[in-house]
Design a protein around this ligand. Sequence first.
Ligand code: FE2
Length: 495
Amino acid sequence: MKNRFLSALSLILVFAVVFGSFTFASAEETAEQDDSAPFRIHVTVNGDAKSERGFCWYTKAETDSLVEIEGVDPANITYEDVFEWEGNFCHKAKVTGLEPGAEYTYTVGSRDSRSEEGRFVTDDGDSSFEFIAIADVQASSAENFEKGANTLKAALKTLPGAEFILNAGDYTNDSTNEEWNLYAASFDAINLQYTHVPVSGNHDGFGCEYWFNNMFNLDTTESVQVKDGVNYSFDYGNAHIAVLNTNDLISVTIPQLKWLRNDMNSTDKDWKIIAMHKSPYTLGKDGKWPDAMYLQQSLTKVADECGVDLIISGHDHQYLRTKRLKGNKLDDNGATYVLLGTAGSKRYEVRKFLADSFMNTKFINTLIIQKGGYGNYWNGEDFESTKEENIGGCFNTISIDGGTLTFNSYILSDELTDESGERLITNTDTFTLEKETGKNEITFTGDNTTSEFEYAIGLIPSVAALAGYAFGIWLPKFLFIVPRILESVIVDDTF
Ligand SMILES: [Fe+2]
């Protein structure tokens, strides 16, 4: 009996060891497969939007890099050296020689592990195209990244012909591996299918240096520096789009503005658009700090000088469109500034103490506050009206057709549904800009790169200009509204 018991026990032990080792081996195999699987995949504009794209992706283990694009000679794809970034491995590649106006399917990864099939389209160069713009998902949790991704999915449903997605920054809250992984889990499937145009937000640049440049493969040849963001620009259709890093010092430095001025003067495209993160015109939480006012004083001058039509930005988690402005005054020939609203779930109410001090309310055309429990709709007179359908994630569509630019902003409601049971999408703002085409001229043809020396020298007047604004203009205004800020803290519990 004892022997039979020992035999049975031995048999169980043998099974346990054999089965256990198989289980262990298969878990190890899976882990190996996972470690070489590509994630955080972005295909970005990099150079000529008609014929070139950049790719960036990550793997947990160090692997080779391989991009395969159907119908494209592998010799047209060049690779950068794989490098370790914060415990993962960053891969970058660039393709040249694409056909304009074509749709491509592709995969990225290594010889052993491939991504799902993605796609992108190239610019056909004619004067008709459309794209989506979102901002400030700025999430930390899987749930909130998913909410942001749902907003973007609603945008793609609304504008199925979108050729690229512009994200005006603050992808995550703290730019940690954990947050970028959660972002990837919610956004990778979308990003695989569209060209991406990234803008560096302060949460992608301040205190998390090089994260932004290491997350995307962008043309950095003209970027003043890449530590806290990237400046770059590109033509798309009959538009020229400059992406400005607003993390330099507290917003922009003189070398950045010089780059922007030269860049905008180096194009004869019909439409001139600036995309950046921080907003000069805002009634949100960040409108009271010196950087917003500094942008009102500095960035707007470049926009006016260069005939920029549209400036889109984020940062303050509400939607605000100005009337046309020039020299900080209403002007029918001036530029339109749009604060894009947040695609995410962190939303800011109006800081009424900024009205007519930091932000001239006569400039406001449309203001949509996406937060419940506060006055959430600007009706041109007061902030107290409430529209329940405005409580949700914001997305924007921009369509250009020759001399007409059509801009629409939408809210994907958190709670409300339409007749078919789908979450309600409300068109909260629409406007068109019209212009005569073929009128812009190139007035700058020189070298628009900035050497490290030029940048360092440029920081001295930048600090002086910033200090001048901060102490000469911003601080007196700020001190003047301190009593109203205190009242707001006590009465409305907002700062
Ligand atoms: Fe921000």
